[in-house]
Design a protein. Structure first.
Length: 124
C-alpha cells in the first residue's frame, strides 16, 4: 500500500473511533479493538486475536458480516467478533454497490489481514 492511501485509511479510522478505545489497524483496513486496559502490548494481543478470530470461513459465523455506512467515507464491515471490523473506503468499491458486495470486499480484506498481519497504526 503506498503512503497516501495508508494515511487516508489511518485518518478515517482515527475519525470514527472513540478516543478512549485502544485499537490496531492492519494493512487492508481491519481494526482490532483491545478493550482490556491492562494489556501492555496491544499490537501482539491484536495480532493474536486476528489470527484466531479473523480468518474467513464461509458458511460459519466466521464468514458472517454486517455493513454500516460511514458518512461519505466508506463502510464498516463487522465480523462475528464485536472487537474486529474492517473499514472499506468508498474508493475501493464501485459506486452503487450493494451491501453484499461491500461486505464481501470487507470480509476478503479481513482474511488478507489475518494472513498478513501488517500493522499500519495503533491508536489512540
Amino acid at each position: 500500500m503506498n503512503n497516501a492511501p495508508a494515511a487516508a485509511l489511518v485518518d478515517s479510522i482515527r475519525s470514527i473511533m472513540k478516543a478512549d478505545r485502544r485499537w490496531v489497524l492492519f494493512d487492508h483496513g481491519t481494526v482490532v479493538v483491545v478493550p482490556d486496559d491492562t494489556v501492555e502490548d496491544v499490537t501482539e494481543v491484536a495480532k493474536l486475536k486476528l489470527a484466531t478470530d479473523g480468518p474467513v470461513a464461509p458458511g460459519t459465523a466466521a464468514g458472517d458480516f454486517s455493513v454500516s455506512a460511514v458518512e461519505d467515507r466508506g463502510w464498516i464491515v463487522g465480523s462475528h467478533d464485536p472487537d474486529i471490523f474492517t473499514f472499506v473506503p468508498a474508493s475501493k468499491v464501485k459506486p452503487g454497490s450493494s451491501d453484499v458486495a461491500v461486505g464481501l470486499a470487507g470480509r476478503t480484506a479481513r482474511g488478507a489481514d489475518a494472513d498478513g498481519q501488517q500493522v499500519l497504526a495503533v491508536g489512540p
